[in-house]
Design a binder for this molecule. Structure first.
Ligand code: ATP
Length: 419
């Protein structure tokens, strides 16, 4: 008890404002006589002495009642979901907290969402994914700092083991297989032997039927992790990719692209990693996968552009800078970035890098107004002339404002000749 109490009072682990917030909730729940706990990942990470930020609150009783008491005492706004007796307390502009009433759940159909009913914190822990995520720390009144660990999560945490809570866990919810991989590689743990046996055909079949949105969310979570590459490799090793979609693969070439890309130590987004993963697929394959995983329009566009650039790598070195720039201007910058940082071929890589560092930023000095002043009637010729001037800068045909003006004179004399 002292141990947990001490750990969450450590400002290096939990920022002081968060600690104060927990104390406020603790006082209110004690005043209402409701057992109240911090649960799940928060407790796991406290015990691992990892920096903490977000926390989940579960209580026995009525979370909405606690929410109302908190708003009365400390202000903010409450939204409630009376069916599940949960509430969200909006504290500041960007801060909110979910207050959950402990519940138990039953799965009537594999892979579907479960039926839930109010229950005890202990039952609430039994509906969770892994023992290491099924611990709670009580905070109400004198109980502050008490560990509830009915499934021996602390022992597994010390041994570095990912273990499901019951034998049909993955059939109930196959996203847990991807979660297991994520925790295994995040913490350098091992999936326990019995749990490993649950990565079976039945669970993979349910995985293949799971909604695209839930699956994509799991991949997005992996992409937010430092060890995303090992997670994808492990997901492939455990046969989790093919059931999701036949084009979703992991091989040495893809791995090499990821390694090169991550070497750059530049800010990486989910969008980049999707592009790095999928660029060797055809556009038809990406569209089909996009449908399966319910890609956002942005992800789809970026992956398609990366594929189009990747298919044209051999042609890039023969392009003039202006040609290359006009083509890449049509693509999302994230796609160009993903390809340029993940391919080994020196010539196209250099061109793509130059585009990102220099060419895409090149602007002409002449503006539409200048053309008007020179007596050219507004129309499509404007765009053509400005494009021609930019191309001249890109290809080294002009290197100064004077040279640009001279070229403009010539173009206007020829009534906007373009090449
Ligand atoms: P992370 O550090 O990855 O965010 P977390 O434990 O906070 O870890 P969440 O996805 O926020 O993860 O989930 C909160 C808690 O809800 C988990 O700790 C776990 O107890 C439970 N949980 C989440 N997803 C599932 C699931 N698919 N099946 C069962 N329990 C789950």
């Amino acid at each position: 008890m002292d141990n947990l109490r001490r750990l969450i009072s450590d400002p290096d682990l939990l920022p002081l404002p968060k600690h104060d917030l927990i104390r406020r909730i603790a006082d209110q729940s004690a005043a209402l006589g409701m057992p109240c706990c911090l649960v799940g990942g928060f407790v796991r990470d406290v015990l691992l002495k990892q920096p903490l930020n977000d926390f989940d609150i579960v209580m026995e009783g009525d979370a909405i009642k606690l929410g109302k008491a908190l708003v009365k005492e400390f202000g903010g706004r409450l939204t409630t979901h009376s069916k599940f007796k949960t509430a969200t307390w909006f504290i500041g502009d960007n801060e909110f907290l979910d207050l959950i009433t402990a519940r138990s759940e039953t799965y009537t159909q594999a892979g579907a969402l479960p039926t839930v009913k109010p229950s005890t914190v202990e039952d609430d822990l039994r509906r969770r994914d892994f023992t290491i995520n099924a611990m709670a720390m009580r905070i109400d009144g004198d109980h502050f700092g008490e560990l509830l660990d009915p499934l021996n999560g602390q022992k597994d945490l010390q041994a570095g083991i990912i273990r499901v809570l019951h034998p049909r866990s993955f059939v109930d919810d196959p996203t847990r297989m991807l979660r297991a991989v994520r925790y295994e590689k995040r913490y350098g743990f091992q999936i326990e032997a019995g749990t490993l046996r649950q990565f079976n055909d039945e669970a993979r079949l349910v995985l293949s039927q799971l909604s695209g949105e839930r699956l994509r969310h799991e991949f997005d979570l992996m992409f937010d992790e430092e060890n995303a590459l090992s997670m994808l490799a492990r997901a492939s090793e455990l046969g989790l990719l093919q059931p999701i979609h036949s084009v979703l693969a992991w091989d040495e070439k893809i791995k090499a692209r990821f390694l090169l890309f991550l070497e750059n130590r530049l800010p990486v987004t989910q969008l980049h990693l999707w592009a790095v993963w999928l660029m060797s697929l055809s556009s038809a394959e990406i569209k089909s996968l996009g449908k399966r995983l319910d890609f956002t329009a942005e992800t789809l566009k970026c992956a398609l552009a990366a594929s189009s650039i990747f298919q044209s790598l051999n042609a890039i070195p023969d392009m003039r800078p202006s040609q290359c720039t006009e083509w890449l201007d049509e693509m999302p910058v994230d796609a160009v970035f993903a390809v340029s940082k993940s391919i080994p071929q020196e010539k196209p890589r250099k061109m793509l890098d130059t585009y990102l560092a220099k060419w895409m930023h090149i602007k002409v000095h002449t503006a539409g107004d200048d053309l008007k002043k020179r007596g050219l009637p507004p129309g499509p010729k404007y765009k053509e002339i400005l494009r021609r001037l930019r191309a001249a800068w890109l290809d080294g045909e002009v290197e100064s404002v004077e040279q640009e003006e001279r070229l403009l004179d010539i173009l206007l004399e020829n009534k906007g000749a373009t090449r």
